[in-house]
Design a protein around this ligand. Sequence first.
Ligand code: PRX
Length: 650
Amino acid sequence: MTEERSARSLEEKEMFFPPKEFSSNAVIQNSEIHELGQDRNEFWNEQGKRLDWFKSWDTILEWNYPFAKWYVGGKLNAAYNCLDRHLKGARRNKAALIFEGEQGDRRVFTYQDLLREVSQFANVLKSLEVEKGDRVTIYMPMIPETVIAMLACARIGAAHCVVFGGFSAEALKDRIQDSQSKVVVTTDGSYRRGNSIPLKANVDRALPSVTCINNCVENVIVVKRTGQPVDMIEGRDIWYHEAVENVSIVCPAEAMEADDMLFILYTSGTTGKPKGVVHTVGGYMVGVSTTHEWVFDLKEEDVYWCTADVGWITGHSYLVYGPLSNGATVVMYEGAPDYPEKDRYWKIVEKYRVTILYTAPTAIRTFMKWGESYPSGRDLSSLRLLGSVGEPINPEAWMWYYKHIGREQCPIVDTWWQTETGMIMMTPLPGITPLKPGSCTIPFPGVHIEIVDHAGDPVPKGKSGYLVVREPWPAMLKTVYGDDKRYEDTYWSQFKGLYFTGDEAKWDEDSYFWVTGRVDDVINVSGHRIGTAEVESALADHPFVAEAACVGRTHEVKGQAVFAFVSLKEGIAVNDELVDELKAHVVLKIGSLARPDDIFLSTELPKTRSGKIMRRLLKDIAEGREIGDTSTLADVGVINFLKENIDARR
Ligand code: PRX
């Protein structure tokens, strides 16, 4: 590739091929694999065999629209598949987890080590009367005990609800409340850029306002990580290191029905509070195990590093369940990419000879901004495959990643999927799929994705439309926790018979998919989903605020940023301190990931004659573009005022 070839000039037709050596050694070399996937049931039936089952399934799929049951009649355990079965062979003493702390500390767990720790903690949970079907909230940083706690839940059949450590006490409360968790596992604090963040204190703040319907939060288990002082409540709070002392290291894995719940993970949607997405044991495990092996071309000797936080679905599927079920060596890093220096990631790649790196476009754009001297100062020659997830990757970032991290030797797998899909749905298979920068290429075998118009009819090639899934897939969500109707309404009501992703996409002449982003009221900030309704209600909770409307605006590093328009109650003066106060209020209610980059205070918001806020116009203003059709506005003066004032600030 020549220096002068600008990424901007890349056209949809331009393809990148894997190095010959890569394709001839790839796990998947047969380009007919996608055709094999056409027979969906047969394909997934075959893939089911990659796991260890206590009892094989009778029926591959029961499809009672829109509720699917996969591997019906089968019994298995996710933790058993991630640990025990590897102990039978050569993987017994293989490194399962290589943990690098932000402070430079390191811990390595072999598969045998991990099984011991998981079994022991599973016994602790059992001693606290956590039973099959109970929920356990895990509010932890990126440390091995987080993975251990997840697998311990899976081992005894309790569902874990991991809450990202960056969420506030209030957001945590909502999730504990909704899941009615019996136990919360947390740490005293977590490290971030050398500071320590108080997680246990947030748990203490959250718990008093949780309304328990039945036996909820009887105990809090606290891992000592930072050593900062915490209040331990007698009879409720237990130190992890004390709890595991002298506990048996043997704990049989519970035989779960394939359709039993493995975990709940909360995610933002268009309306209301975050939804508890429910994933089951059988279909999910087959889905993540198959995709992890094929998409990442996993070989026995690989060192695989997924940088996602375990609090998000990427962490669940491709830091824990996918790689461990495949017996991989997984690198887990606790901290920030710029601590102590901006080359921390590249130091980690160099130190552990990482071969596969899976990260997000927002991180890649940040590295681009910092400049190539950081990666070029480290030996990245071990890398052979790169991955991207969470948001559309712009061709410029793709090219930078390809060139400066991958040395033009590593295929990039741009993987499209969602919390709800559980597994990667569209992706190149790196040995056989030619790449186009910015396109997630084609659906994974056995996955049926389409782009449709308003009426639900497929659009022709070259056109954009709504991204939908036509047929059930194994790792699909089972439901929204405790709310089947919301599951139906959210995903299956827009287009008859189709699962609606909330995304817009285009199909090109080569049948490649180009996902452009959300069409609903979800903002994707640094690859994290934030519901505009959530930020609006956080703002409206402030005593000075009359009304708030939020939109996403393009941001060169984060992809999108939150832009909030706020009208104040009568008599409240507009001032800059109030803007800061409102931003802090959002952080308090949700967490810093939802902090608006911009807040504009005004006396009124633009509304239609029937009183609906016109977000479409606010989006035009936030993006700094021409305002669209204003004919339905009650008072066009409001929008003109906003535009003039906001443009004048740019
Ligand atoms: O808009 C799509 C975007 O992220 C959304 C799903 O977010 P979440 O459930 O938080 O899961 C993120 C990690 C899987 C999607 O609806 N998205 C995810 N991956 C891509 C993407 N957009 C474009 N290209 C991708 N590769």
